[in-house]
Design a protein around this ligand. Structure first.
Ligand code: NAD
Ligand code: ZN
Length: 342
């Protein structure tokens, strides 16, 4: 079958022929229709230090997908051939304390599809059936292919009550922009999104941000004055991984403020602990999606009118994958979707 693989220890990704994956007793085999490119795939493409230490050469990458069930393991119940599915890309052990308590997103031995095991940038993907998620008919293939990053945005944004709150989102990447849409949808008052990239800020605006701020040109405190926010933000969603952005967030949160952190900062990032202590801030780290509460919330929000479709800016056949990766590398894109059927 056709697959996008990390064949060589250098920058790039290669369209190649590999063996169709085996469908184990508890697996579903999924015929992939569409996939989306994630920031993680860009790390792998660039072959940065993390990728060199993590990704086995020769492996198919990718973990954002939609497809249909093509084969079912003998132990599997609840799925039929032809079911339209996406899936949770974090494969958990199932027998640690957190897994057994239903807190699978906190499993200590999570394996990543397209990171630690063969991924979705291929004609077929095999994953445990318990990781597959059926897609209702009224959710399009395009949206279904980005449920993974939309799930990151959902898990983070719904970490704290947003109703009537003023929310600061640092980072208008695809996940930050989708988080802005969610915050608005669930009833936040002001949703302010910062970035240093105007293309991305325009996307966040399209998705419903009250005000977007290019922090290389405007100051957050001026914007707060403009919005009559004299006390500070109630909730911060950190989605840039940038130390300066997090510093700005700590400075501009109200006392008692809450922060959910998805962005991954440099290992050695220092923070101003006095802000945390004297303001009585709460900081929560967020990894992946809650299994499977986040998935149900996503579908419910989409079915109750949340529109995240403007985040998809480019669609192309997988044969043009290089264009897709170049788009992502340029920073002038939202989500880029590769079609495996054309
Ligand atoms: P992205 O890299 O596309 O977006 C990050 C954005 O932050 C970019 O648009 C960048 O211009 C912006 N930025 C840079 N400096 C800034 C500053 N000083 N102030 C404000 N914004 C600034 O990433 P994404 O795919 O949207 O993901 C968001 C973050 O979440 C990334 O750090 C990613 O690594 C991380 N992530 C974490 C998880 C998890 O499970 N914890 C999952 C997916 C992604
Ligand atoms: Zn576990």
């Amino acid at each position: 079958m056709k697959a996008l693989s990390k064949l060589h220890p250098t920058q790039g990704i290669w369209l190649t022929q590999t063996k169709r994956p085996h469908c184990g007793h508890n697996d579903v085999l999924i015929k992939i229709h569409k996939t989306a490119i994630c920031g993680t795939d860009i790390h792998i493409y660039n072959w940065d230090e993390w990728a060199q230490q993590t990704i086995p050469l020769g492996m198919n990458v990718g973990h954002e997908f939609v497809g249909t069930v093509a084969d079912i393991g003998v132990e599997v119940q609840g799925f039929s051939i032809g079911d339209r599915v996406s899936g949770e890309g974090h494969i958990t052990c199932g027998h640690c304390r957190n897994c057994r308590a239903g807190r699978r997103h906190l499993c200590r031995t999570t394996q990543g599809v397209g990171v630690n095991r063969p991924g979705a940038f291929a004609e077929y993907l095999a994953i445990p059936a318990s990781n597959a998620f059926k897609i209702p008919d009224n959710i399009s293939d395009d949206i279904a292919s980005i449920l993974d990053p939309f799930g990151n945005a959902t898990h983070t944004a719904l970490s704290f009550d947003l109703v009537g709150e003023d929310v600061l989102i640092t980072g208008a990447g695809p996940i930050g922009a989708m988080a802005a849409a969610i915050a608005k949808h669930v009833g936040a008052r002001n949703v302010v999104v910062t970035d240093i990239n105007d293309y991305r800020l325009a996307l966040a605006q399209k998705l419903g941000a009250t005000r977007v701020v290019n922090v290389s040109k405007e100051s957050l405190s001026d914007i707060m004055a403009e919005l009559n926010m004299s006390e500070g933000f109630d909730v911060g969603l950190e989605m840039s991984g940038n130390a300066q952005a997090f510093h700005d967030m700590l400075n501009n949160l109200n006392h008692g403020g809450k922060i959910a952190m998805l962005g991954i900062p440099e290992q050695s990032t220092a923070i101003d602990w006095n802000q945390v202590i004297f303001k009585g801030l709460t900081i929560k780290g967020v990894y992946g999606r809650e299994m499977y509460e986040t998935w149900y919330k996503m579908i419910a929000m989409l079915q109750s009118g949340l529109d995240i479709s403007p985040i998809i800016t480019h669609r192309m056949s997988v044969s043009r994958f290089q264009d897709g990766f170049d788009r992502m590398l340029s920073g002038q894109s939202g989500k880029v979707i590769l079609d495996w059927m054309t």
